[in-house]
Write a protein that binds this ligand. Structure first.
Ligand code: GLA
Length: 732
């Protein structure tokens, strides 16, 4: 029997000590490390929650040979989390456990294991935080230099986890502009799988800093032991899984250290971002539900509030903003039952007018040629129509053709001795958020708008350029490699100040579409724009991927025009509505180009969405049939936490004659409850055979409903598209 480890735990649930083991528990999961004082910290277990009897024997049977936070220098060939160079040139670390602490925080319980180098005054706190009432814990490290001179950090991952080999599959997201969050699924094989970002500003356009691992074979949505990780960081990241000659896959996640070596000063502590980790025996959807619940509670601004239904002006008028046009759009969205109007790009500029995308960013004054009544008039008009008003800004950016750039060329990110490499419109440049003056400016952009117009309800915060030029005109010569890290520290400081002043404002993250969907930023933002591509068919695939890690409350999803402006595909309005309604519903269209019949359909949809909004935005997701499985149909549902109310979506993804689609079994319902089925957004001349009928949850989950493949409408209204949205309610 091992000696009992003395660890004081403030809360008796989340953390305990058995033998030399430290146990971090969430509701249904446990993480165990072995932490004998003076010896190495070893990983023991992560998975389903362990009983106290299993805990007592665990250390003897689990392979606990892996360092829980591997460091470089004395086992050189292995991948590591941390690699440094001491002031004397020594490249090695030899870390042992110094102490273990635990404390209760308002939102969870924190366990900190302090490691100390055997020779150098150099420390690492390995931190585990179990978030209350969730199945998510976060892991990160805090690296402290107590030497007299700086230590160079060459690698500094947040966390490391070994995963037992077998038939482990990875699900992750990959894409590009207009095609974000494509789901990729592949078995983990020998070699190194790296998922990374180096954009500097937008870190989720291409790959995402999150992944899931299906531990027992091919990924399944609603069963199978599955693990999920999400790096909570808005900047460059790197997730690596190394598989070589042993029994484990080795997962490392953290800031991408490429071109970012960090000079850690004497007495400075470097805090790495949190890696959120969860585990579910209910498959990929189970992991999603764990993340969603945690995120709504702790990691999204106003995550528990319902979002307003809005009209955004971008695809309706692009840069062609004018006072009368905005008033007309506001009247139209109000008449359809919408609650908010957002004026997008094109409203600003004095000396340089924002006619297209090649000027004026930074000059956040209203263009009085376009808007003689100013923002004040727009806000007053919104009030007149009984809706709220929102506005677009891109505060981290400027153009070389702007008054801001003329006044402050030293504020932009630029390499010394080099010409500026320019971005969007051939003139865009990134402001240096590392510079406190730039942070002040960015805060003031929001402040100036809000002070003059305190009734503004919503800001769309855009960012349409990567850091192309490596060079901070603010940072000293020996800290140029801190650029990416300091940019995001500066960004976060500005966000904190804005949130202190404007806690109630709704702020959308946009970055050339879905370039900024991450849990590093969402604590300051309410939602994100999934993609500049609003094509409903492609959105099914993108929103499917997005839903792996992000709940519907964050997923801005708009009804737009046909033919679609990005794919030129012509999709009937009913289908466009049914897809948009599975996220945070909005519109992005010129209503004056819509027929009265189309407006009426949107009005009905908005009315019905309001009824199911709490289920969609706050409910549990169950993905049923994946569009990526090419079965001709995709389907998912949301179920409220009491299992009283649910919304079921069914979208046909292709059409062939004599097609055979699967009948879809529902999930997440209470088998005993009786649910009344009602179709939403109905266009058929006759109701569906099950309309108004009651079924047990058990029938719906074991059998499912037989959904017709085409709509029963007049011949001239028939199309190759077909979709259904059903509400299942046990209370009426
Ligand atoms: C980006 C955004 C769009 C729109 C334009 C405006 O591309 O993703 O939604 O706001 O900028 O210029």
């Amino acid at each position: 029997m091992k000696k009992t480890f003395l660890l004081l735990c403030a809360g008796f649930f989340a953390c305990s000590a058995v033998g030399q083991q430290v146990v971090v528990n969430t509701q249904n999961t446990s993480l165990v490390v072995s932490a004998p004082i003076g010896e190495q910290l070893k990983f023991v277990y992560y998975g389903n929650r362990l009983s106290s009897s299993d805990l007592t024997v665990l250390h003897d049977v689990e392979n606990s040979n892996y360092n829980a936070y591997p460091v470089y220098g004395l086992t050189c060939p292995t991948e590591v989390a941390l690699a440094v160079k001491h002031p004397d040139g020594n490249m090695t670390l030899d870390m042992v456990v110094d102490k273990v602490d635990s404390k209760q925080l308002p939102d969870g319980e924190l366990t900190v294991i302090t490691l100390k180098d055997k020779v150098y005054p150099f420390f690492v706190d390995v931190c585990y935080k179990a978030y209350s009432d969730t199945d998510v814990m976060t892991i990160w490290s805090e690296i402290s230099n107590k030497q007299k001179k700086p230590v160079m950090l060459n690698q500094f991952a947040s966390a490391y986890l070994p995963i037992r080999r077998g038939d482990v599959w990875m699900s992750h997201l990959y894409g590009s502009w207009g095609n974000e969050t494509k789901l990729m699924q592949e078995p983990l094989q020998a070699g190194m799988k790296v998922i990374k970002n180096k954009d500097g500003v937008r870190n989720s356009h291409t790959s995402h800093g999150e992944l899931m691992l299906s531990l027992d074979g091919k990924p399944q949505e609603n069963y199978g032991n599955t693990m999920g990780v999400a790096l909570c960081y808005g900047g460059n990241y790197k997730l690596r899984v190394d598989t070589h000659d042993d029994e484990y896959h080795h997962l490392f996640a953290g800031i991408n250290e490429e071109n970012s070596a960090y000079n850690l000063k004497s007495n400075e502590t470097f805090v790495t971002p949190e890696l959120a980790v969860t585990y579910s025996a209910e498959g990929l959807s189970g992991v999603s539900r764990n993340f969603h619940k945690w995120a709504r509670e702790y990691k999204i601004a106003h995550g528990k509030d319902l979002r307003k239904i809005l009209l955004n002006s971008w695809e309706g008028v692009y840069f062609d903003i004018n006072q009368q046009g905005m008033d007309q759009m506001m009247a139209d969205i109000a008449s359809m039952g919408g609650e908010l109007f957002v004026m997008d790009d094109g409203w600003f500029g004095d000396k340089y007018k924002r006619a297209t995308d090649n000027s004026s960013l930074g000059d956040w004054v209203v263009d009085t040629d376009k808007l003689p009544g100013g923002i004040e008039q727009l806000v007053a008009d919104a009030k007149k129509h009984g809706i709220k008003f929102g506005i677009w800004i891109e505060p981290e950016m400027t153009n070389t053709s702007s008054e801001l750039f003329e006044k402050h060329p030293e504020w932009v990110i630029k390499a010394p001795q080099r010409d500026l490499v320019l971005g969007r419109g051939g003139t865009q440049v990134v402001l240096d958020m590392a510079n406190p003056e730039v942070q002040d400016f960015v805060v003031k952009v929001v402040d100036d708008i809000m002070k003059k117009n305190p009734d503004i309800d919503y800001i769309k915060w855009d960012a349409n350029m990567a850091i192309l030029n490596h060079g901070s005109q603010y940072l000293p010569k020996d800290e140029q490699s801190h650029l990416y890290i300091e940019y995001h520290r500066g960004f976060e400081k500005a966000c904190q100040r804005i949130r202190e002043q404007y806690p109630d404002l709704t702020i959308q993250l946009c970055a050339s579409g879905g370039g900024r969907a991450n849990y590093g930023m969402l604590p300051y933002f309410d939602e994100f724009w999934v993609s500049d591509n609003t094509d409903a068919l492609q959105r099914i695939y993108m929103q499917w991927g997005t839903s792996y890690f992000y709940p519907a409350v964050t997923m801005a999803s708009h009804i737009s025009a046909a033919p679609n402006h990005q794919t030129f595909r012509t999709i009937p309005l009913k289908y466009r509505i049914d897809v948009a309604m599975s996220g945070r519903l909005g519109m992005e269209i010129q209503p004056s180009m819509m027929s009265e019949e189309e407006k009426a359909l949107c009005k009905t949809a908005i009315e019905q969405y309001k009824e199911v909004r709490p289920v969609v935005q706050q409910g549990d997701i169950y993905r049923l049939v994946s569009p990526y499985d090419d079965l001709g149909v995709a389907s998912l549902m949301y179920v409220d936490t009491n299992k009283d109310d649910a919304v079921f979506y069914w979208w046909k993804t292709e059409t062939f004659c004599n097609q055979h689609l699967p009948r879809i079994k529902m999930a997440g319902l209470d088998p005993e409850k009786l649910y009344t089925v009602t179709e939403l957004n109905r266009i058929d001349n006759v109701p569906l055979p099950f309309e108004g009928k009651q079924f047990t949850g058990s029938y719906l989950m074991n059998n499912g409903l037989e959904i017709p493949y085409t709509h029963h409408v007049d011949y001239h209204n028939m199309t190759d598209y077909s979709s259904r949205v059903l509400r299942l309610n046990s209370k009426y």
